[in-house]
Structure formats: structure tokens, C-alpha cells
Design a protein around this ligand. Sequence first.
Ligand SMILES: *Cc1c(COP(=O)(O)O)cnc(C)c1O
Length: 368
Amino acid sequence: MTRPFNFSAGPAALPEEVLQQAASEMLDWHGSGMGVMEMSHRGKEFTAIAHQAEADLRAILAVPATHKILFMQGGAIAENAIVPMNLSRGGRADYVITGSWSQKSAKEAHKYCEVHLAASNAADHHTTLPDYGSWQISDNAAYVHVCSNETIHGVEMHELPDLAALGTQAPLVIDCSSHIVSRPIDWSRVGLAYAGAQKNIGPAGLTLVIVREDLIGHALPITPSAFDYQIVADNGSMYNTPPTYPWYLAGLVFQWIQRQREGELTGLAAIEARNVAKAKLFYDYVDASGFYVNKVAGNCRSRMNIPFFLPSDDLNDAFLSGAKDAGLLQLKGHKSVGGMRASIYNAMPLAGVQALVDYMKTFAARHG
Ligand SMILES: *Cc1c(COP(=O)(O)O)cnc(C)c1O
């Protein structure tokens, strides 16, 4: 069976090989007589699955020994509260607004700490990245929060800010939900990274938190125990029952990443090279088309999420139904931005982006 190409922003397409492996292990994992969903999270089988997934993620992202990896629940939206509860110490935290997701993070943090807006691209309708040198960072900021890839507006930080060089000791917190494992992360610049799994890692229900150890252990007294990083870390992410099946599936995705080859490149480097090629193919076509438009500034265009517009909204329905007939699914843009959006995460092959571009050429020729 060949499946259509699925451009969903999330929950998003998973590598077909991974889905097939999960299907083959559904009833009996490695001769245990049990499916992964039916196992005790404390048994030796699931413990092995969990430890392997963590070790593989640590290897893929080169997470240093200074940082813990936590497997949590609640999604990135819950982290909007969990981060200030754990890191703010009731003081002040700085937020940089680059789109809907960072806006949402700042709004939620208000409940737990004083929020200072260090920079914003709202005046540019979230199509630019405020120059790092222009950020107004508080002297006493407990942390500086950014969304390193804005899933809705398609704005990506291709290099993370170096806060130390900007003159602050505050740790950088990144919501990297929609581009984690699409490229390396410079951990020397990151105190805490969090990501919901359903964009680039696995099924919804799992949230990854990668946090520098010295930032743990200062949670506000109101913090729910299940969301206190210290308690989660001390219990190996098993203080409460973790989302075992998404954890397992994420592990299969990590193994898939490690198997990837692209010329001389392997693993995450191969994935990144492929992502660069996919994004280039798409943006180059859109910019040259004279028909479609992407409004994001060239230095911060996302490799993962690409909003684009047709010359008239009156064409949107015809574009979407023709796309569906051509085997290209879930291209409708987010309602706050309008137009279309192609999400081209790790699981999207170059052939899928090529098929989309081919369809867009045909559509433009008919309607241009
Ligand atoms: C999808 C997404 C979220 C929201 O994730 P939930 O799982 O719904 O909490 C937050 N931030 C970013 C960058 C996202 O892409």
C-alpha cells in the first residue's frame, strides 16, 4: 500500500517503517507474550525499552551529562506553567515573542511569576526574528524563554541566542516542540528544552524535558508533585505512570533516526541535510512561482513549517480538494494565519515535497 503524503502540523506523520515495526510488535513484544501497552512500567521489559530510548535520544542530540532527560505528560502547553513553577522562584522571567506559541507561553507564565517582554516581532505580524542584540533582558531574570520554531507562523531560530554574550547569566529556555531532532542543539546555550512529541518524535501524550541539573530543585511549593522536575528526575520519570506506549514509539523513531544515511552523513546529520534540501526545494519554488507567497524573512524561515498563500483566498478550497485528490493531505493553514501550511517534519521524504511542488505548479498554471 502506498500512503498519501501527510503535511499535518501535528499530530504529524510518522516514518512508515516505524509504524510497521510497531504493528508487528503490537501483540507480542520480543517474545514477551505481551504488547508494550500491557506491560508494567516497572517491569524489566519496559525498563529496557525506556532506558534504550533515553540513551538513544542522548546520543542523537549529544545531550551532555550536565542535562537530565525527563519523559513527562501534559504537552508543551502544560510546560508553559510547569517551567515557571520550577524555574521562576516566584521572581521575574523574560519572554521573547515570535509567534502564537511564545505568546501563549508568556500569557500562562503570568500566573506564576512576573513576566517581562524582552523582545517581540508582533509589529511585523510574526514574520521576523528580533535581532538578538536588541533584546531587553532583565538584570534579575530567572530565565529567558523563546520558542525556537514557531509552528504556526513558520519562524525558526537557525542559531540560538548566546545569552552569556548578551551579558546575562539567565538560562535560556526553549520550546522546541516542532523542530526537536530535526537539527542539533547547542547545549552550551540551553538551560532547558521542552517539546511535545507529536510533531517530530512520536504520538501525542509524551513531553520531553531536557534540563540542566542545577536548575532542578527550586520548584514553587504549589507545584504538583508529578510536575516537579526534582521528583520526576529522582524517580527516573516514573513517579507517576509515564505514557509508556508513546515512550516506546519515540524510541523506535530514535532508532530510525540513527539508521538514516545521506551520502557520507549518518543519523541526525543525515536528517538535517535532508531537511535543508526539502526546505530549499519548497521555498525556491514558492519564491520563483510568481503565484504563491511566503511572508517570513529569509533569515528565519522554518525548515519544518511553511505557511504560504495563494493569490486569492477564493482559490483555497479548490487547492485543498485538488491536493487531496493528488494524495497530499492536511495542507490547510492555521486559522489565525490563513492560507496554507506545509509541515515537512523528519518523516516527510524529499519525494513528498517534490510531489507537493509538482501539484502546486499544475495548480498555478491552471489558475494563474
Ligand atoms: C504543538 C505545539 C505546542 C502545543 O503542544 P500541546 O501538546 O498541545 O501542549 C506548543 N508549542 C509549540 C512550539 C508547538 O508546536
